[in-house]
Design a protein around this ligand. Sequence first.
Ligand code: GUN
Ligand code: ZN
Length: 492
Amino acid sequence: MREVFEVRDYDAAGRRGELTVPRAGVTVETPALLPVVNPHVQTVPPAQLEDEFGAEILITNSYVLHNSDELREPALEQGLHDLLDFSGAIMTDSGSFQLAEYGEITVTTEEILQFQHDIGSDIGTPVDIPTPPDVPREQAAEELATTQERLEVAETVDTGDMLVTAPVQGSTYPDLRERAAREAYGTDLDVFPIGAVVPLMNDYRFGDLVDVVAPAKRGLGENAPVHLFGAGHPMMFALAVALGCDLFDSAAYALYARDGRYLTVSGTEHLEDLDYFPCSCPICSEHTPEEVRDVDDDRERYRLLAEHNLHVSVEEMRRIRQALRRGNLLELVEQRARGHPAMLDGYRTLLEHSAQLETTDRVAKEAFFYLSSESARRPEVLRHHQRLERLECEGAVLLTEGSNSDDFDECWNLVPPFGPVPRELAESYPLGAELPERRDRAAYEAAVEGIRRLVAANPDTEFTVFHTGWPDDVLGGIPEGVRVEVLGKRRE
Ligand code: GUN
Ligand code: ZN
């Protein structure tokens, strides 16, 4: 593996980074969206993708070119950059998608990689087998073995300075995904797409998607650039970035446009159903939904919708980069989780992997916003609880939501959802969190978990808890031997 990826800053497992693409002579800022360009039907021309939408990289299908009587020779003679009129980096897919759709293709990994090299691709792809979700384990394991063999073949093809991807398969089996990722990372290939997730995304199975991506990430090193194959809906970009995906390819902008579907960051609308556009991109500013519906020329109508779809996708990617910079990506994921129950499943599943996210999450961010009961399970809370297991205190110790008391040897703050907080840490991230006045049960439960960890780590200390009226059954989780008193009136 060449060292082509540099991470700048982390937020959870999400990162801002830079991918160097030597053959194109460019670096690409990540997370990045790669618009899919169909060489035959360019709904939005590549030059416009570059100039108007700021695309630094795009993806096209080399198998389509390879099998085209019209385009094969021009691609070989002119090269892809001239043919498509795009000066950034060009990634090519291999025909694996056609393999999944039609069961058979007519090229080998060697042939298609050579072809990709010969047409001037900057990032090539071997012929992996996209095993769909939920197949029998035996099939997933067998097809994975074939994919792995092809990665080993790909290592032997002389592709010069073209980067080569090592797709990670394994269907919906987390252990296979993790193994696939470890083996892919063990090759000398360069970019790591997580494959065959399109059926999960099409069915809105975002929880299952998280459970596929998380084990794949565990098998890859932190310097591995990770692509999520076929992920083009802006509503799930933030979730996937928080898991550590760096590259996304969107055909959705164009495919959805053909069905009259209008993308938003919280789901998909149908042009038919819209009276107003909830967007101020150039297309939506200059047209009403009725005007777009009335465009007779199909291609022109597709173009208008596709351009809007691209604008929202590009805008969401910029918003994500800003969130990564500032350290509030999880707040953005949380907002997106409110757009659709299936996205909430994705976020809840993400939080089941908080320990994994915690390992890269950065220490200091601007502010922790507690936005819902899910916030109580964020990696920052987990990290504080782990820290409590290492903190020492002696004598008679007060943990209080109120003020100090001279009756104790030490006084600590008591802050839901974190639990006990030594006063010298009170202002540091995330302990100076912004919380709603009306706390929820999850915040109290997490605070009690924090108390349990501190008490277990200091068995000889005499603890007293002063709280502001936490629910009795939640207080029942405080270990025996801890004195518990209510400070003020109960807040319901
Ligand atoms: N496009 C969408 N999914 C896949 C995949 O699993 N493999 C390849 N090569 N391309 C894809
Ligand atoms: Zn718009």
